[in-house]
Design a protein around this ligand. Sequence first.
Ligand SMILES: [Zn+2]
Length: 208
Amino acid sequence: MPLSRNTTIVNVGYRSTNFWVVSAGRNRLLFDLGWPGMLGPLLANLKRKDIPLKEIRCGIASHYHIDHAGCAQELKNQGMRLIVTPEQADAIPAMKRWTKPADNYVEIVTSDNLLLGTSQSRAFLANMGIAGEIVHTPGHSDDSVSLVLDNGAGFTGDLTSEVTIGTEDPEVVSRSWRLLRDMGVTTVYGGHGPPRPLDAMTIPERLT
Ligand SMILES: [Zn+2]
């Protein structure tokens, strides 16, 4: 499959959280996976954006917090393959603790996921026609990963902005941003809010 020069990015998010469909033609990947018990709004947004659910071959969560991964099993039940990196494996059962019965969370089955090391991710994505890579970007949480496309788009989940850093370890956060910058990320597609230039998320002197 030739690498697509026209990777498209569509947001199918709801409830102030972004869920990104990255597509090379009809090969589509979902980055961040919906709120628990709320497959309906996700399917409605896909329909509104003319994206057939069956074309979403696989999905990956930036990290296992319920607003980013709560709907993963419901999507798997619809035919999506869940990609999990080794850094994320332990975070899946841990997420359940943060759900309440009213969330209608469907517990993620771990035995049938695709465990994909970040070093294998470029070849995996190339097979879908997508030029890019999955990288480990801790800071907001230890299990956080980002999807970096060769066109400069970086999907970062909740990786904390250096400008508004709170209780996170600033060294860890800066290291993740430095990695993204060095990989050529120019536009940040975060888990919340509109896309922003990488420069708006970082403090230049921290990155040197
Ligand atoms: Zn989070």
